[in-house]
Ligand binder design. Structure first.
Ligand code: PMT
Length: 417
């Protein structure tokens, strides 16, 4: 099936030597069933004449932000409303910078800013420009806002250099854009995920934390987005890039994580708590560095809020999935957590020395999960975390449907009315 059938695509073309390939992109999008309107930046016009894209798309090319005639016909707001998605191909380094800065100083940035639809960027630039720290930071900022990056590819470049920076093949671009419209098992659902550890400060240079790398939670967020959900990922301090199409919020402490989660939970359909939240924090954060005295030091720890249990009790309409990280007796502890936190599902994993075949799980490639719910359980065997996350998301979609069919989640309407 053509995934882009009847889809309206605004194709943005920016100033890159790859601008000439946008003609092929138009053709491939049309072949996949899409209707295409082209917006060009001034930089793009230096490489290709607008008439080329007008002839290929069958529509006038949009170029001016402050053109009264154009605004009357189809201005930036109308274009943004018309689109089912926006693809910028090629996206230059300068365009990424302007978009990351929230500029609206030409038609294309204004359309992107005014959109309520998915935005995909296919970068094309010199390899060094792509790898420059400023570009990396802009890409990260845009990813964190849920922008999808398609490419770039590695290979020989127009400037004679080799490396990442080539525009993705137009056939692949059209196919990847089509995936945005795939109907997945969590299509249209809002999913909130937590991942990584929290850090609980003791003084300006020390903190309490744990071994979580965030890999499991990030894989779950990616799998939920792949299944069609609108995903918000609340992440503790980790060294990972946000998955495509996922909105990311960074936090440090458990209390910050609770505050961020509480902002998004009221609108969520599903909450997946994969974060290894520190159960305790120092009662007092010392203003200066604690000096070594040679004496023993006693630090008083106080309990942190239980984020998962709080969400379930405040917003019972949200389908809640907890993780349980155990060093033994998985079945008993997982069932106890299912009951104590009042959640719909627990994904339990053995960790540390109890999981040698999964490399201890923390910061490892693999994991093995067993799922528990009231009256049932299911083993998802040892697998790479991304694969396991997809299986978990499929199981969540199934349990969610069963829960809703049985009357779970109906508090929503009572609650929100
Ligand atoms: O990040 P990785 O390196 O990939 O490792 C993955 C993982 C082992 C961290 C992950 O698979 C995992 O098990 N995450 C949950 C870790 C944990 O804190 O488990 P717990 O059994 O202590 O907590 C039970 C549940 O309550 C969890 O859903 C946890 O997010 C939640 N919780 C715990 C304490 C707290 N104060 N608030 C909470 O919400």
């Amino acid at each position: 099936m053509q995934r882009l059938t009847n889809k309206r695509v605004v194709l943005g073309v920016t100033g890159s030597v790859a601008a000439y390939k946008a003609g092929e992109v138009i053709r491939e999008l049309q072949r996949a069933g899409a209707e295409v309107r082209v917006v060009m930046t001034r930089g793009a016009e230096a490489f290709v004449a607008p008439l080329t894209f007008q002839a290929l798309s069958g529509h006038p090319v949009h170029r001016e932000l402050l053109d009264p005639g154009a605004e009357a016909a189809m201005g930036h707001i109308a274009l943004a409303r018309w689109a089912d998605c926006i693809l910028v191909a090629p996206a230059s380094a300068d365009f990424l910078a302007r978009l990351a800065a929230g500029r609206a100083d030409d038609l294309l940035t204004a359309v992107c800013l005014a959109r309520g639809v998915p935005l995909a960027l296919a970068p094309a630039m010199n390899a060094r420009m792509w790898e420059d720290a400023a570009t990396r930071a802009n890409v990260q900022t845009l990813r964190n806002r849920g922008v999808l990056f398609l490419g770039p590819e590695e290979g020989g470049q127009a400037c004679g250099e080799e490396g990442p920076g080539r525009l993705l093949d137009p056939v692949v671009l059209a196919a990847r854009l089509g995936e945005l419209f795939e109907v997945g098992s969590l299509q249209g659902r809002r999913v909130l995920v937590t991942a990584g550890p929290t850090r609980e400060p003791l003084d300006p240079v020390r903190f309490f934390s744990n071994r979580s790398s965030g890999r499991m939670g990030f894989a779950v967020a990616a799998a939920a987005a792949e299944a069609g959900a609108r995903v918000t990922l609340v992440a503790g301090p980790v060294a990972l890039e946000a998955p495509d199409r996922v909105e990311r919020v960074d936090v440090t402490t458990a209390e910050e994580m609770l505050a961020a989660v509480s902002r998004f939970a009221p609108e969520a359909d599903v909450f997946i708590s994969a974060a290894a939240v520190a159960d305790y924090r120092p009662r007092e954060v010392r203003p200066g560095k604690i000096k070594r005295t040679g004496e023993s030091l006693t630090v008083e720890l106080v309990p942190n809020p239980d984020i998962l249990a709080t969400v379930k009790s405040r917003w019972p309409q949200v389908f809640c999935v907890g993780f349980a990280a155990e060093t033994g007796d998985l079945d008993r502890h997982a069932r106890a957590k299912l009951a104590a936190k009042g959640v719909e599902l627990i994904a339990a994993n053995l960790v540390g020395p109890a999981a040698p075949e999964a490399g201890g799980v923390f910061d490892a490639e693999d994991n093995a999960l067993t799922l528990y719910w009231e009256g049932g359980s299911m083993e998802l065997g040892l697998a790479p975390k991304d694969k396991l996350a997809r299986a978990l998301v499929a199981a969540i979609a199934q349990r969610l449907a069963a829960w809703e069919a049985g009357g779970g989640g109906t508090v929503v309407s009572l609650h929100r009315r």
